[in-house]
Structures are given as structure tokens and as C-alpha cells.
Design a binder for this molecule. Structure first.
Ligand code: GLN
Length: 308
């Protein structure tokens, strides 16, 4: 396999063009009405490796909402504050055969399966300390820190759209409150909707992937949050549940910790080496970016990046 230091715009462009057709095969998420307005044909591919070297191709300036990718940031913050047991006493480390918005075993064991599916993610955000909007602001600040971009913000219209249609998420929230796992009010659910509505680019996702791939050290070398154990924990959850019920098959084909969002983004960590960010809003039946998955797969094959 080729050396990753040879990854160039040309490399990424040829992979992008080869897979552009997948962006017309999937379906843009429209269960959140505001997301349905996205341009299905948009596509971007980004890589960040050693010393913060960035390679970007496609619609590199196009912003989209991070959606479920925000769950890994929330997990990091909750674990930093509460310790690993303070979070995982309340949920499992399990993989899943169920879609991201499934109630899974909230009705049986009472606890969410993992922090990557909606139930566990909503609970994770509720564990971050602070009144009202404060927990969300911590997530936003962490995204700004990791990407080194203070202009990153959330989309009010996507947030409003999620809030007014997110009845399954509201149902999970109250079931967990009933089970004694959540103690706060609906502000905590709003924080989850807001974190999902944070807008960024594929390059930002590559920087997030890089961060977890490198023990929570930023792409420019800033080591303020360096923590090998937290990075391992987050990466292990990405590996077993980051692509939801597709995670097992994805581990076979791609073999790297990754996290998708229904906005069409996927962030990938190549442990100790680099971060990959892709964006293409047309989703497959699992809610993962269709062209995004295929671009990652081709890069991984070409450069021998699988862990296995
Ligand atoms: N905001 C979305 C939801 O809760 C996030 C889901 C996702 O990206 N898979 O439905």
C-alpha cells in the first residue's frame, strides 16, 4: 500500500469522482424537515495527517449539520467530568443490530445499549454539568477548539425542526427519566437537538477524526486535552456502534473507528495516523452517507489503512 504522506488532491479527487454516482442513489434525510432541503448532490472529501497537513477536495466550504457525530464530543466531555464509570453505570458498551433511533432495551434492562445510538446519546448529554444551555455550549466550545474555528455555530432552523419533530427522542428522554437515569427537565433534550444542529465542513470532521486518532491531541499539536484512555474509549465506541447496525459489516470492510450523522457526514480516525472527513447527504438504508462510505472504503484499500 502507498504511504499516506503521498495523499494529494489528485488522489482524493479521483476517488471522489469514481464515487460521485452514489450521491444520486441514496436519499437525503427528510424525517427532520429542514434536513430535507439539503442539496443531495453536494460532496466533499478531506484528510488531515501529521503536522496538520490538510488535503481537501469537492465542496470543501459547504457546511452541514454534524448530527450524530456530536455524540463522540458529548461522550468525551461527560467522561472527562464524571469518569468512565459515572457514564457507563447508566448505559452499556454494546453494539447493536437496531437503527439509531430504536428504543432497544429501555423497556427491558432499562438502560441504553451504548452512547452512540440516540437513547444513550441523549442520556450522555444530560450527564454534562451545568444549567440550561450550558452543557450544549461546552460541546460547541469543544468543537470550536478541536477544529480551531471560533465561527462554528449551530443552525437555529435545523434545531427548531428537530425539536418540533423529535417525538421519538422525546419519548426516550421521558422513558429514561421514568427509569431514574435522567433527572433534569426538557432543556437537556434541547441540548441534544442543538448539538446535532452544529454546522461544520468535511475538513472539520477530518480534524475531529484526527483528534481521537491521536490521544485527543489537536491537529496543530495542542495537547491541552491529551488523554489516551478517553481517546481509546471513544474510538472503541465508534468502532462497535458508530455506524449503527452497519458497524459490524463496516468493521469488516473499512476496519476503522468512524462516526456517521444523518446530515451526510462521516468522521474517521486512523489510530495514531490521521483523520478523514467526508460529506454527501444522500444516505443508505442505515442512515449512513452512501458516497461517503464508498470514498472511505477506496482510500482505506488504496493506503492499507484498516486496523486488521
Ligand atoms: N438529530 C438526529 C436524531 O436524533 C441524529 C441522528 C443521526 O444522525 N443518526 O434523529
Amino acid at each position: 500500500a502507498a504511504d499516506i504522506s503521498t495523499i494529494s488532491e489528485k488522489t482524493l479527487n479521483s476517488i471522489l469522482e469514481k464515487n460521485r454516482t452514489y450521491s444520486t442513489q441514496g436519499k437525503v434525510a427528510d424525517y427532520i424537515p429542514e434536513l430535507g432541503k439539503m442539496d443531495g448532490k453536494a460532496i466533499a472529501f478531506s484528510v488531515v495527517e501529521k503536522n496538520g497537513r490538510v488535503v481537501n477536495v469537492g465542496d470543501v466550504h459547504k457546511k452541514f449539520t454534524m448530527q450524530s457525530i456530536s455524540k463522540i464530543i458529548a461522550l468525551m466531555i461527560a467522561v472527562n467530568e464524571k469518569g468512565e464509570s459515572g457514564v457507563f453505570d447508566k448505559m452499556g458498551y454494546f453494539g447493536t443490530d437496531k437503527p439509531f433511533n430504536h428504543f432497544s432495551n429501555l423497556e427491558t434492562t432499562g438502560k441504553p445499549l451504548n452512547p452512540m445510538m440516540n437513547a444513550g446519546a441523549i442520556l450522555t448529554t444530560s450527564l454534562i454539568s451545568g444549567e440550561g444551555e450550558k452543557p450544549f455550549l461546552k460541546i460547541l466550545e469543544m468543537v470550536r477548539y478541536i477544529t480551531k474555528d471560533q465561527t462554528i455555530d449551530y443552525s437555529k432552523s435545523v434545531y427548531e425542526s428537530e425539536k418540533s419533530t423529535g417525538h421519538r427522542n422525546r419519548g426516550m428522554f421521558y422513558l429514561m427519566k421514568n427509569n431514574g437515569l435522567i433527572s433534569g427537565n426538557e432543556d437537556q433534550l434541547d441540548n441534544y437537538f442543538k448539538q446535532c444542529s452544529i454546522e461544520l465542513t468535511a475538513e472539520d470532521l477530518a480534524k475531529i477524526g484526527y483528534f481521537f486518532a491521536n490521544q485527543c491531541v489537536r491537529f496543530d499539536g495542542d495537547a491541552k486535552y491529551k488523554n489516551e484512555e478517553v481517546a481509546k474509549l471513544v474510538e472503541s465506541q465508534m468502532l462497535i456502534a458508530g455506524m449503527y447496525e452497519f458497524s459490524g459489516e463496516y468493521a469488516r470492510t473499512v476496519g476503522l473507528p468512524s462516526k456517521s450523522g444523518v446530515g451526510g457526514g462521516i468522521t474517521v480516525s486512523v489510530p495514531g495516523r490521521m483523520g478523514i472527513g467526508v460529506f454527501s447527504p444522500a444516505l443508505d438504508q442505515h442512515g449512513n452517507s452512501s458516497a461517503g462510505y464508498h470514498m472511505i472504503l477506496d482510500l482505506v484499500k488504496q493506503y492499507g489503512l484498516s486496523l486488521f
